[in-house]
Design a protein around this ligand. Structure first.
Ligand code: FES
Ligand SMILES: [Fe+2]
Length: 444
């Protein structure tokens, strides 16, 4: 029985100012509506241009659950196309990445398409003479997504043709991307190898919410970060021994509650926001020899200091990515089912910067985000328990009330105490808005 389709009011009823109904996480119908509306109405991350450096290079991925191909066309522009043959529906590209040359050729009956999707040729085309092919939707070739934007090398797409434009959807939140890219003396990033991939048996939104949940690290990560600190402190080592890079990376996870309170959370309209306004777990890393000098040479001292002085912790771009500017990482949370999410952790090289920066970035990714990480498992355990617990009929609502203030206006940019759950409320406000934006069914 369908309870939510074409019933925007039923969707709105799932979100209260301080609570979220459990169906938002566990109901498969809600999940399918998210794929149909939320992921189609918003701007969703696709990939980085350095993943397709040459003409004909492609990269296959998903927007929500829609398979798409990001491809560099002969005009050097990047196109995002639905990965589906307009003949019988066959997926055109199966490999994760590759180079298709000047055209795509469907493996089933060899229809071929230019790398911008246009139909190039059909074998034995005369068989379609006088059949009205010109009026069919197939004749246009592989369908492009509604809109594509390359923002400083990061490719975003909107599935729907109409909808919010890129700038108004992201607004000032793009400053976190700017900061990540500006950290390269050349103002350029390059993806550093394939991502770490990690399947999670939980709803995708649990991961997104956890990016600004600052009340859990010292609790949930005591088993990993706490143990590491303990071992380091008990080690027999000469006075003044410098902390190794790995310790610098893991130790801040055990920072006290006050540290997270003081770091601050900034929220932007449309569900975006970040922790680490004043300082963060990335603030106190050792200097990398030669890097600051390179930045001063590239930008001048004042600007270089301003760029490196931003130590934003996690920036969430609604709906489903998080970036860490100071350590050049992007995590993509791809929804698969109400209770299944694929997480991919990408790292980027700062073009022109010392290699040791990439070493730290890679180390962070392995220690914190990998399928074999220490820290990530703590979180996964909590998500899976939540996914199970939400099936209990004892209670129906999830609480996101911490530091709630009546009359919160999510169209405003705010900076608040770093332990507020305002950013989660901000996300659910956006969730409700984009779920119902194009849903029919409101009685007027
Ligand atoms: S399905 Fe692609 S050519 Fe027939
Ligand atoms: Fe965590």
């Amino acid at each position: 029985m369908s309870r939510y389709a074409n019933n925007p009011q039923a969707i709105r009823n799932l979100i209260r100012p301080t609570e979220v109904h459990r169906d938002v996480y566990i109901d498969q119908e809600v999940f399918e509506l998210e794929m149909k509306y939320l992921f189609a109405n918003t701007w969703v991350f696709v990939g980085h241009e350095s993943q397709t450096p040459n003409k004909g290079d492609y990269f296959t991925t998903e927007i929500g659950t829609q398979p798409v191909i990001m491809v560099r066309h002969s005009d050097n522009e990047i196109y995002v196309l639905h990965n589906r043959c307009p003949h019988k529906g066959t997926k055109i590209a199966i490999d994760r990445t590759g180079n298709t040359g000047k055209f795509f050729r469907c493996p089933y009956h060899a229809w071929s398409f230019k790398t911008n999707g246009c139909l190039l040729a059909i074998p034995l085309r005369k068989g379609y003479k006088d059949t009205g092919l010109e009026e069919s939707e197939s004749v246009h070739g592989m369908a492009p997504v509604g809109a594509v934007k390359n923002y400083r090398g990061f490719i975003f797409a909107r599935l729907n043709k109409d909808g919010p434009d890129f700038e108004s959807f992201f607004g000032e939140s793009l400053s976190s991307f700017d900061n990540m890219v500006d950290r390269s003396p050349e103002g350029r990033l390059e993806v550093a190898g394939p991502p770490l991939r990690y399947m999670h048996r939980c709803n995708w939104k649990m991961l997104v919410e956890n990016q600004t949940d600052t009340c859990h690290p010292m609790v949930a990560h005591e088993s990993s970060a706490g143990t590491a600190i303990d071992l380091w402190e008990k080690m027999d080592k000469p006075e003044g021994t410098q902390k190794p890079m790995a310790m610098e990376v893991i130790a801040p996870f055990m920072s006290p509650y006050e540290f997270f309170e003081n770091m601050g959370i900034r929220t932007w309209p449309n569900g975006h926001g970040h922790t680490g306004v004043h300082h963060s777990i990335h603030s106190d890393y050792s200097a990398i020899p030669g890097y600051f000098e390179q930045m001063v040479e590239a930008y001048g001292e004042e600007r270089a200091k301003a760029i490196l002085g931003e130590n934003r912790h996690n920036t969430v771009y609604f709906p489903n990515i998080m970036i860490k500017g100071p350590i050049q990482q992007l995590r993509l949370f791809t929804p698969i089912a109400a209770d299944k999410t694929l997480v991919e952790s990408y790292i980027y090289r700062l073009v022109g910067a010392p290699d040791m920066l990439l070493e730290r970035t890679a180390m962070y990714n392995r220690m914190i985000n990998a399928p074999t990480s220490m820290v990530g498992h703590d979180d996964l355990e909590m998500y899976e328990r939540a996914q199970e617990g939400l099936h209990s009929d004892g209670l129906e609502w999830v609480n996101v009330q911490r530091l709630y203030q009546e009359g919160e206006n999510f169209d405003e940019i705010t900076v608040e105490n770093g332990t507020t759950e305002r950013q989660m409320r901000n996300q659910f406000h956006a969730w409700e808005k984009y779920m119902t934006l194009t849903m029919e069914g409101d009685a007027q």
